[in-house]
Design a protein. Structure first.
Length: 443
């Protein structure tokens, strides 16, 4: 049976002629136009990145390798005694586009066991930080601490660098990162919140289950971890964490440098940090409007209007691309509804009622392009229910999952030899001139 790396090698070599042909024969074909508001407004909707790992459709939501979230969960081999796939099976799928057999999944699980041992100097670096450092700072520092053993950096500095085989050392670094990052995340959780009382790796468990074990969680939480890491893995290339990782690696910075940068972007309030902000808002909303009463449509409608009329927003609603309910939200909602205890949790009931009411209120309010919930509207509630009430850790969970997509993408970036990213800037005076002329005159 071919290993994952051998299968990936075949896939990359079969794929290369496609990108070569597009560049050489059709390189000047126009696929988009850029407007002034796009140039000023963060390059929104400009089609200038390429990835086959995932695609975000405004109406349909995310597709991983062509499959929707429900199709992905249905197709992949399940973890033992679970309705959810292992993260290892999903990693195989992201890299190759193929649904692995159980034997292939077992091969990845076994490979990750050999990769997940984290050098002691990483623990020393983390323990040297102030304990009140944000956990995302700790995760980024750990990623940089690992950099000294980068196989890609060693290959580049060996004097034998070959861009046709460079992807192989990126694959090695990427595989080490995705295998180690849940171990590092669990260490950070126990370091910050459990008095540095660490729990050893259980070599019998898959990645998601082992993470749950290492933070002292319940058997039920093993599926939460598997689901959460898969759902947060990738969201095409334009989001900040994925794009930053791609951008930094395009300079041939190794995966450790690249993903540390991606994590720093993920830590922003407009990106991964939003999940903790949503939960903070929801708990305060509950305290103010329905502390001792059941949330009803009438009560929540009035409360939301009070919120909007006070000039505040409803966090967790709206998305840069999506124009419908985020399927990642729906997957987590389905988990809640199918979990005894969780479906009757007061905070979930509130979130569920907001979900019923908010789109109508936001539509009537008229200032939101997308009145539907995104992934952050639901994710914090699940963590809170299972006792992870340290919400500044939630973005670390996001970072563990996002590593899968970012590492799969940069492995393929090197496999296809993508160039360093270097957009062209213009000045405000140029924009004003073109605005007055009705557009830039193309030669």
């Amino acid at each position: 049976m071919a290993t994952l790396k051998e299968t990936l090698k075949q896939k990359i070599e079969e794929f290369r002629p496609r990108t070569t042909k597009l560049t050489k024969e059709f390189g000047k074909v126009i696929i988009d136009q850029v407007t002034i508001d796009q140039a000023i407004g963060g390059a929104r909707d400009i089609r200038s990145l390429v990835t086959d790992i995932s695609y975000l459709d405004p109406q349909e939501g995310i597709r991983f390798r062509g499959k929707t979230i429900p199709e992905t969960f249905e197709a992949l081999p399940k973890a033992p005694k679970s309705k959810y796939p292992t993260v290892e099976s999903f990693w195989y799928f992201l890299l190759t586009g193929e649904v692995p057999t159980q034997a292939q999944v077992d091969g990845v699980v076994a490979e990750w066991k050999t990769r997940q041992v984290v050098p002691s100097y990483v623990w020393d670096a983390l323990r040297a930080l102030p304990r009140d450092s944000h956990p995302m700072v700790m995760l980024s520092v750990a990623m940089l601490a690992l950099q000294k053993d980068s196989k890609f950096a060693a290959f580049y500095n060996s004097g034998k660098f070959n861009k046709m085989t460079a992807w192989e050392s990126v694959y090695e670094d990427a595989s080490d990162i995705v295998a180690r990052i849940p171990i590092i995340a669990a260490f950070i959780y126990n370091l910050k919140y459990k008095g540095d009382k660490q729990i050893a790796i259980d070599p019998k468990l898959d990645m998601g289950a082992n993470f749950a074990h290492m933070i002292g969680q319940s058997e039920e939480y093993k599926d939460v971890a598997r689901m959460y890491f898969i759902l947060h893995s990738d969201h095409e290339s334009g989001n900040v964490s994925a794009h930053t990782t791609h951008l930094v690696h395009s300079a041939l910075s190794d995966p450790y440098y690249a993903y540390s940068a991606g994590l720093n972007g993920l830590a922003g309030p407009l990106h991964g940090l939003a999940n903790q902000e949503v939960l903070d808002w929801t708990i305060k909303f509950q305290e103010k409007y329905c502390k001792n009463v059941e949330p009803t449509k009438e009560l929540i409608t009035k409360a939301l209007w009070d919120t909007l009329n006070a000039g505040q927003v409803v966090p967790g609603y709206g998305h840069a691309v999506l124009r419908k309910t985020d399927p990642r939200y729906m997957s987590q909602r389905e988990f809640c509804l199918n979990t005894p205890g969780l479906k009757d949790d007061k905070l979930f009931k509130l979130v569920s009622m907001i979900f019923e009411v908010a789109p109508v209120v936001l539509t009537e309010h008229g200032k939101t392009k997308n009145p539907w919930p995104n992934v952050d509207a639901q994710s914090g509630v699940i963590q809170w229910y299972y006792g992870l009430k340290e919400w500044d850790f939630y973005t670390v969970l996001f970072g563990v999952g996002r590593a899968l997509g970012c590492m799969a993408n940069i492995t393929w970036d090197r496999g296809l030899g993508y160039a360093i990213e270097r957009p062209k800037s213009v000045t405000t005076a140029m924009l004003e001139k073109w605005a007055a002329e009705g557009g830039r005159k193309l030669s």
